[in-house]
Ligand binder design. Sequence first.
Ligand SMILES: [Zn+2]
Length: 216
Amino acid sequence: MTTIEHALLGINGALATGLHRRYGWQVVALAGLVAISPDWDGLTLVLGPVLFDQAHRVWGHSFLTCGLLGILIGVLDYRFDVVTRLANVSARGLRRCGLVLPAEQGLGSLPLRRERTVAGYAVWTLVALAAALSHLAADLVVSGTATLGDWKLQLLWPFSTEGWIYPHVHWGDPGMTIIFVMGMLAMYRWRNRLQVIAAATLLGVAAYIVVCGALG
Ligand SMILES: [Zn+2]
């Protein structure tokens, strides 16, 4: 899956739980952020193709590293309210670039989380863990291109280098993106139906993957 599709998978997953009604948009943003986090191992490209080849879809894509990083991001985000800070910084940046944002929504000066509870930490940790694992699930079924082979995931790395892959859809296939975009348009149209639209979007993506696998 592409980075945007991974993020949308996490975002729709969080919305489908309905947690945003109690914990706000921040828990949804966290899921989107964590869902793309395992691909940090792709950044090894800046250190050269040899390392990239060794590291990408390995170092960040095992249950251990992916789960630990997800939980770490979840705990840090709950403690320091990272996503709200990022939203404020980007809103101020956009304003500086001359973009006018609706002032009544408080964009650029959203209040940071002041009270933290054990339940909140638990929710953030579980959402982060689920979002991180959604990345592995997606990479297991969306793999390869018309010209490149599939990429196996070493889920038990560093304890084992055995690889798994169940390719159903090619990487970069536009079908899933189209379903996600249709879901976003529906959310824009029916803003008080986010949970059911997110669940329908996920079902649509899952069905698409299964059908492609069956036909392919
Ligand atoms: Zn990945």
